[in-house]
Design a protein around this ligand. Structure first.
Ligand SMILES: [Zn+2]
Length: 161
């Protein structure tokens, strides 16, 4: 076995382990919201995976019921807050205020926008969506190559006749 093929096998093995770990993270989030993450496999390209990530984050925000600020340890006149429905976390607030500001804070946590701490569950789902898209692109590219080779093979055979 050449060195290159053993490195390639090790990379493939590590990729498979990473996918399994990402799936385990999704399965450990048994909430209503996490069911929206199941269709990550529908993404056919990297751009589609990122669009799916944004759209799913928006849907999760819409479906989440926020609580009044006073229930989350904030000033009664402050805006609504909510813990992440996927990972259960809130912002690291030194004043002891729970959850994320709703909807913007939760949206930022789910998308990782504005340097917000990206939700570990949502990040795992995005990783799976990107992996699936990359795998599809590789399969389609190899199918395309085989089709080209097949067509060239036909030309060669025709010339021989
Ligand atoms: Zn989260």
């Amino acid at each position: 076995m050449s060195r290159n093929s053993s490195v390639a096998e090790e990379i493939a093995s590590l990729r498979a382990e990473l996918s399994a770990a990402r799936l385990a993270i999704l399965e450990m989030a048994p909430t209503e919201a996490s069911r929206l993450l199941i269709d990550y496999a529908s993404c056919a390209s990297k751009a589609e995976a990122h669009r799916w990530h944004e759209r799913t984050a928006e849907r999760i925000v819409e479906l989440t019921q926020p609580k009044r600020a006073s229930e989350m340890g904030d000033h009664p006149l402050a805006g609504d807050r909510v813990n992440c429905p996927l990972c259960g976390r809130g912002s690291d607030n030194i004043l002891g205020i729970e959850g994320f500001a709703y909807p913007e804070g939760l949206q930022r946590h789910l998308t990782g926008a504005f340097n917000a701490r990206h939700c570990i569950v949502m990040n795992a789902a995005l990783g799976l969506a990107l992996d699936t898209a990359m795998h599809r692109a590789q399969v389609e590219s190899s199918v395309g190559e085989n089709a080209k080779r097949g067509a060239q093979g036909v030309k060669v055979r025709r010339r021989q006749i």
